[in-house]
Structures are given as structure tokens and as C-alpha cells.
Design a protein around this ligand. Structure first.
Ligand SMILES: *Cc1c(COP(=O)(O)O)cnc(C)c1O
Length: 412
């Protein structure tokens, strides 16, 4: 576990944490939306445009070779980070959302009328809408795994839903609303028994869980850089080589072709077949530094520190009269560092605005998960999500902020 001094040292790497918000110190606890960036990442971005910038793979010249090598270095680093078998199984995309759209589009030729796609009740809109659209186009059926009150998936119902007609099961590793860690290994194994493919939306996972694609044996796994201290606009699709080789590209143009004539075009090999156009070269290269940052601290150390923060937050917030905390409140082995709640039936935007005035950044609203809001019969929630640079005293400020919000809002 980290000493206060170590956490202070980590905090010092994040220049933004010295910012003031309405003359209060910034308390940034909206990390499930995006994390702040350490100085190594900020420097890498400046270094890229100051010394490296050129297009990849097309040029023979010095800078182009340099960018090409560094882009491929990041690919290999991610391969190792998630224990993929080949670096060509790592496809760069804009992020989680694009990765899911890529898979939905590329596997759609496998889906016929009456086939089934299974997702869960606690998915982010990014892992709902692409499947809904494919179902509409193909006449397929979207089936939803229900959840229990604590947010965990109802696996008995899942076993009743899955069938020989199920083509793909797509669920999140960690819910972005409740922080519940789903038993994905179990789901992957069961799905494979029925011949279904599996996609795991890992947007919340890479700085919470050691990822091992060999152990998981998932067909697809997707995440974004920006939720793990890296830049926005870049993410990956991991896919098993034999599957990626056998599904068509998602977009068409430069970089993804082998040969083009007006009669016929042949596609590049993996991973380039899925990377049409100039990629986010800066994003890819800068991401490398974010992965180093995470690896240097260690995913399991980050997880256990965040566990301490979230258990403290739940314990503290639970003492507020009239607060409703959603999802699991005890078993922290099944939960990442996210707490979502409502206060005395007050509107989440009102609560969020008062916290904001105090310098506290939380997320409010439907949290990109309207079906889950419907499950809890609310239109929105307040979400606090912690990261490696947050502290116990910041949670105390959140606690006091909520008392203040209650006092101000309940008076009227
Ligand atoms: C953030 C998030 C997404 C979307 O990620 P983008 O980076 O916006 O594409 C999808 N699923 C979950 C669970 C998320 O937390």
C-alpha cells in the first residue's frame, strides 16, 4: 500500500491537480469519464510534435521511419501489457466506441434473420447501440442479461438466454456506473460452448485489472487510452488472429490495401487491414508513456489503493441521511473505484452544481447508461470515481460538500 508521501509524489506528476476551481483546489473525481495525464505523457506529446512528426508506413525518410518504429513499439507494448499472442492482433482505433462499431460492422455478415446477440442491462450506450443497429438491419434479436439489485449479472438468466442462435455476447468487464467487475471468464467459456463469439468492453479495466488475453480466451477485447492516463482519440481492438483474418475490413482507403486497380483491390495483412487512413500517430506514440506510468506503479497496487479509497467513500457517504448508494457496497473484490448515488431525491444536476462550485468534479446524469437508470427507476445519478492521485482527504471534502448541498437544496 502507498504511504501518503508516495501518493503526494504521484500527485506531483499531474500538473492539472494544482489548478484552482472557483478559487478552491481542484478535486478531480470523474476518472471513469477520463483520467488526468502525468507529466511523462504531457512531455511525450510535446516531444512528438517537436522532434518526430511525420506520416507512418508510407515514407522512406528519416522521420517517417522514426514514427513507424515508435507506433509499432506501442503496439508491441500493448501486446505485452494484455498478453496477446501476436502484436498484429492489436488494431488501433479511435477508442472503445470505434472498436465496438468495427466489430459489429465486420462480423455482421455472420448474422442472419432470427440470430441472437446478447448484451447486459448495465452496458454503456457504446455497447448497446451498435448491436441494436445490426439487429435492426439483419432482423436479429437483441437479448439482455438482467442484473440483481447489487448490479451483478444474473448468470442463471444468462444460461437461459444463450442458445445455438447466439452469434455474439458483448458485455463490459467493469460497469462504468456501478463499478461492478463482471465474471467474464465464466461468460466467455459458456458462450464458446454455444459457438458464440465474445467481445469484452474493457474501457474501465486496464488500470484496475491485470489483463491476460491467453487466460481469458476472449475473441475481442476493447479499451481506450484516455481512461488509463493516456491521450484521447486513441484505443485498441484486440482480436484473435484467426478471427480477424477471416472478417472483412471496416473502413476502406489508404494504408489498408495491398493492391488497388480499378478492377479489384486486395487488402493488407493484419493489423493494417483494419487501419484505413492516417492513424492518430501522436496518440499512439504518447500512449506508450501512459502504459509505462501504469506498469511502473503496478496495476495491482493501483487497484488495492483505489479499493481503499472506494471502501472509505462508501463507508463515509453511507452515513449521510437520505443518500441512496447504487450497487455492491461490501464485496470490494467485485468492485472498482466507482460510487454512484443520489441524495434525498434531489436532482443530480443540482447536487453536481454545488459540488462543482466547491471545486469537486463529479459526473452527473444518465452516465451513458439509460437502461441501467431505468432499472433503478431514476433519470440520473451522481458518480464519483477515484484514481491513483485521489486521497482520503478529498473524499472527506466530497462528504462535506454533500452535506452542504443537502443543506442548501433542502431548504428551498
Ligand atoms: C468510457 C466507456 C466507453 C466509451 O469509451 P470511449 O473512449 O468514449 O469510446 C464504453 N464503455 C465503457 C464501460 C466506458 O466506461
Amino acid at each position: 500500500m502507498f504511504s501518503e508521501k508516495e501518493i503526494r509524489k504521484i500527485r506531483n506528476k499531474f500538473p492539472i491537480l494544482k489548478e484552482k476551481v472557483y478559487s478552491n483546489p481542484l478535486i478531480y473525481i470523474d476518472n471513469a469519464a477520463t483520467t488526468q495525464k502525468p507529466i511523462e505523457v504531457i512531455r511525450a506529446s510535446q516531444e512528438y510534435y517537436s522532434r518526430i512528426n511525420a506520416n507512418v508506413h508510407r515514407g522512406l525518410h528519416y522521420l517517417s521511419q522514426k514514427t513507424t518504429i515508435q507506433v509499432e513499439n506501442t503496439r508491441e507494448k500493448i501486446q505485452k501489457f494484455i498478453h496477446a499472442k501476436y502484436s498484429s492482433e492489436i488494431i488501433f482505433t479511435k477508442g472503445t466506441t470505434e472498436s465496438i462499431n468495427l466489430v459489429a460492422s465486420s462480423i455482421s455478415f455472420l448474422i442472419d434473420k432470427g440470430d441472437e446477440i446478447i448484451i447486459s442491462c448495465s452496458e454503456h450506450h457504446s455497447n448497446i447501440v451498435p448491436w441494436q443497429i445490426i439487429c435492426e438491419k439483419k432482423g436479429a434479436i437483441l437479448k439482455i442479461i438482467p442484473i440483481y439489485e447489487n448490479g451483478s449479472l444474473n448468470l442463471e438468466k444468462f444460461e437461459l438466454l444463450i442458445s445455438k442462435r447466439t452469434r455474439i455476447v458483448s458485455i463490459c468487464h467493469i460497469s462504468n456506473v456501478l463499478g461492478i467487475i463482471n465474471p467474464i471468464k465464466n461468460i466467455i467459456d459458456k458462450s464458446h460452448k454455444y459457438g458464440a463469439l465474445v467481445l469484452i468492453d474493457g474501457a474501465q479495466a486496464p488500470s484496475n485489472i491485470d489483463l491476460n488475453m491467453q487466460d481469458l480466451n476472449t475473441d475481442f477485447y476493447v479499451f481506450s487510452a484516455h481512461k488509463m492516463y493516456g491521450p484521447t482519440g486513441i484505443g485498441i481492438l484486440y482480436g484473435k488472429k484467426e478471427i480477424l483474418e477471416n472478417i472483412p475490413p471496416y473502413q476502406f482507403g489508404g494504408e489498408m490495401i495491398k493492391n488497388v486497380s480499378f478492377k479489384k483491390t486486395s487488402y493488407s495483412d493484419l493489423p493494417f487491414k483494419f487501419e484505413a487512413g492516417t492513424p492518430n500517430i501522436e496518440g499512439i506514440i504518447v500512449w506508450n508513456s501512459a502504459i509505462d506510468f501504469v506498469r511502473k506503479i503496478g496495476v495491482s497496487k493501483i487497484k488495492s489503493y483505489k479499493e481503499k479509497l472506494v471502501s472509505y467513500a462508501i463507508e463515509r457517504l453511507n452515513t449521510i441521511d437520505g443518500i441512496e448508494l447504487y450497487g455492491e457496497k461490501k464485496d470490494f473484490s467485485k468492485k472498482s473505484s466507482i460510487v454512484s448515488f443520489n441524495l434525498n431525491k434531489l436532482h443530480c444536476f443540482d447536487v453536481g452544481s454545488i459540488l462543482d462550485r466547491l471545486g469537486i468534479s463529479v459526473r452527473t446524469g444518465h452516465l451513458c447508461a439509460q437502461p441501467l437508470m431505468n432499472f433503478f427507476k431514476v433519470s440520473g445519478m451522481v458518480r464519483a470515481s477515484f484514481s491513483i492521485y485521489n486521497t482520503i482527504s478529498e473524499i472527506d471534502c466530497l462528504f462535506k460538500g454533500l452535506l452542504k448541498a443537502k443543506k442548501l437544496l433542502l431548504k428551498n
